[in-house]
Design a protein around this ligand. Structure first.
Ligand code: 5GP
Length: 200
């Protein structure tokens, strides 16, 4: 029987480089599935529906909430974001490790529902770097950038809830560290002992 995959929750301030690090990570590990979130925010330039996010109206989102289709959800700087529950459960059942890229209120909900979930906090290096990245992205208004920076500081207060911290000074190193965490978690005695039933 296939063993269920693990659940990894990656959080960190918006602009910390989570999407880039996760994209590199997915190239390194082919047993990992990235959970595509539902959101009510507008797509940024280059973002594709059903690949980067499931972009939807607020009514559609509320319908998913009402029908209990989300593993977690939260409001972030004026928009809703949530994790569709079914694909996560299905992929894990099929043996894939699943990665969620979610903010800290959602992460807390997941950790409460699924205590074995592994939390990774990705920090951008410094708040100065974060501010530069958010401005460089130049998709948000000044007001939204300010709100994201305030949110980033408040997210740091939840940092102790995570099992690991990655400081994203260099994307390649951050992706390497994330891959190392996933690999190490899969080598845990509790994960491997069944393979040695006959031997030990
Ligand atoms: P962005 O608008 O920059 O793509 O995302 C804003 C924040 O929402 C990021 O911190 C991102 O991790 C978080 N986020 C993305 N998808 C989800 C989700 O499904 N649930 C929750 N709670 N947060 C999410």
């Amino acid at each position: 029987m296939t063993r269920p995959g693990k659940l990894f929750v990656i959080s960190g301030p918006s602009g910390a480089g989570k999407s880039t690090v996760i994209a590199r990570l997915l190239k390194r590990l082919n047993t990992v599935y990235f959970s595509i979130s539902a959101t009510t925010r507008e797509p940024r330039r280059g973002e594709r529906d059903k690949i980067d996010y499931l972009f939807m109206s607020e009514a559609e989102f509320q319908n998913m909430v009402k029908n209990d289709q989300l593993l977690e959800y939260a409001e972030y700087v004026g928009h809703y974001y949530g994790t569709p529950a079914q694909p996560v459960a299905e992929k894990r059942k099929a043996g894939y490790d699943v990665i969620l890229d979610i903010e800290s209120a959602g992460a807390r909900q997941v950790m409460e529902k699924i205590p074995e979930a592994i939390g990774i906090f990705l920090f951008p290096g410094s708040f100065k770097v974060l501010e530069e990245r958010l401005r460089l992205r130049s998709t948000d208004s000044e007001e939204k950038i300010k709100q994201r920076l305030i949110k980033a500081r408040s997210e740091c207060r939840s940092i102790k809830m995570y099992d690991y911290i990655i400081i994203n000074d260099r994307v390649e190193t951050a992706a390497e560290e994330a891959a190392a965490i996933i690999t190490a978690e899969k080598c845990r005695t509790s994960e491997r002992i069944h393979l040695l039933k006959e031997e030990c």
